[in-house]
Design a binder for this molecule. Structure first.
Ligand SMILES: CC(C)=CCC/C(C)=C/CC/C(C)=C/COP(=O)(O)O
Length: 277
């Protein structure tokens, strides 16, 4: 039987790639007023090299007066679009992969038969069982160390709900189109998918259990396995994209650090209660 270890006791339309390159390509085409001066494309190109934009380019250290290679200015303009292209590509891969992995999204899906198992994992990472469970253990615990641990777990769970709700409300990323919105007990922000609340909770609670309960090695492995499976089930059920879950894991991991920093010791608690009374 594990015993608690108290802290004090120890979709956009066009191709993203084309979108990113469109601007630099447009810059090289001759301006309209130059084209009007002569139909000869060579003359137009020569006159284009005299335009203020070109002149500025030729003054730069890497210079492109001869029209060879990108200027420094081109480099500066290319970098942000390179970042944008990389992000768009990552997003496209994320959407594609998440759609392919959503094999339990409905009963008719390729792995629809394992959907009940995935939903069981969903319940195991839901906020309500965790809150009720922690409150019950707090009530039943007859040692100060146990009460301290359960109180801090409760605080962590509430903190998780607040932080995830805040990020979801700010980012407002829609859930995947193939998701069936048949989850039980959700808040209004839970129509958004970034980050996965189940993933943050699983990561935070997993770390919490490993740090504060004395568990036999097989049980420790089971906790880590459970965290991973809860995250995987979010994608298989079609509830989330892969990045929602990965970010959720990272956020939950950091949330645990926050819980440790804000750890309520019996002394702090007594002080707080004393101030309230
Ligand atoms: C006492 C109290 C405020 C309880 C609320 C518990 C509750 C309804 C939590 C929501 C859990 C939930 C459905 C999160 C969504 O998880 P995702 O992984 O789909 O983001």
């Amino acid at each position: 039987m594990p015993s608690p270890k108290a802290k004090n006791a120890g979709r956009s339309g066009g191709s993203p790639v084309l979108g990113g390159l469109a601007k630099p390509l447009n810059r090289s085409s001759p301006p309209q007023h130059l084209q009007r001066q002569g139909s000869d494309p060579t003359t137009a190109r020569l006159r284009a090299s005299e335009s203020p934009t070109r002149r500025r380019g030729s003054n730069s250290s890497t210079g492109s007066a001869s029209g060879q290679g990108p200027s420094e200015e081109d480099g500066i303009r290319l970098n942000p679009s390179l970042i944008r292209v990389s992000l768009s590509s990552l997003l496209a891969i994320d959407l594609w992969l998440s759609k392919r992995l959503g094999v339990c999204a409905c009963e008719d899906s390729s792995c629809g038969s394992v959907r009940p198992l995935m939903k069981l994992l969903e319940v195991s990472g839901h906020g309500i069982p965790w809150l009720v469970g922690a409150a019950y253990c707090l009530y039943k615990s007859d040692s100060a160390a146990g009460q301290e641990v359960m109180l801090n777990l409760l605080m962590g769970l509430l903190l998780d709900l607040i932080l995830v709700g805040f990020v979801k409300a700010v980012v407002r990323r829609r859930r995947p189109a193939h998701n069936q919105m048949d989850m039980f007990a959700t808040f209004s922000v839970d129509r958004y998918s970034f980050p996965s609340g189940h993933a943050t909770r699983a990561a935070m609670c997993g770390r919490f259990l490993l740090a504060h309960l004395v568990l036999a090695p097989p049980l420790r492995v089971l906790v880590v396995l459970w965290v991973g499976l809860v995250g995987l089930s979010r994608v298989l059920l079609g509830r989330h994209n892969v990045t929602d879950v990965l970010f959720g894991f990272w956020m939950g991991y950091c949330q645990y650090n926050l819980v440790e920093m804000m750890w309520l010791s019996p002394q702090t608690l007594q002080g707080l209660l004393g101030q309230l009374a």
